[in-house]
Design a protein around this ligand. Sequence first.
Ligand code: SF4
Length: 286
Amino acid sequence: MENKTTSPKPKQFWISYSKLSTFKQCPLKYRFQYVDKLPTKPAPALFFGSTIHACLEWLHRPDGADDAPRTLADLLDHLEQNWLPPAEFDADALAQAGCTKERGEQVLTEYFLKHVGQDATAGRTNEPDRAHAVEKKFKIDFDGDVVNGIIDRIDRVVDTAGNVSYEIIDYKTNKKAPNRLYDEQLVQLAIYKWAAEEGKDWDNRALDFYPVGRAGLFFVVPEVNRKMFPERGLDVAAVKQEVRTTIDKIKAATAAIESDSEAFCPTPNKLCNWCDFQDLCPARSA
Ligand code: SF4
């Protein structure tokens, strides 16, 4: 009789830019966060950044019954309604971190006046009233594994000859911008370009923002308040290779975790002082 047993399908591994960059920064931090799933501590800067992201998402969201241009007053009202800091952050903690509601009002006001326009009907300048998409989720099938992520904003751009392309934007609330984009930031943007070329949405439909004309970071705080784009083209082929190498390393470390306590080794780096797992880290107690 024919033996119908089949070998089990290899487990699909999902990786995002955040996971990729955490593993490259420190494999032990990756283990604590994504393998052991230890809780991370909430931080005022994270709350502040996600609230600003949510307000900008609402400002440029393409769908909805109300197509009337949103005004600065609407935007500030949206911030007021959605300013919900976690209970552990009192006013002093937020003020100490420079993450107050007044700072949020300042960020959104200066963003709106510079990039959208003060007059709701006549003064629109650089940025579109409505984006092509906001908070766009994607997944890319990658030789049995999956690369996934969320893109903050995608704009549809039509040039003078009528050619259509798409501009990808990732918001940043850092107080400083680099002179030029770091390699890590280029990796993030190249993954987004890769998604436009080969990715699918959550319902397995092809994505709708190809071709990508530009992909860049938008530093929205008043100290910077501008977009930055790479000085050269994004190298999707190199990023695919990097993602494959990192997935293989994570899989090998995960397979060895029972027998090798250093499978995910600590790698001290300039961000250790902000790591949530310092108390558990052998490199910090050594
Ligand atoms: S404190 Fe530094 S070395 Fe230790 S786990 Fe965190 S990032 Fe890694």
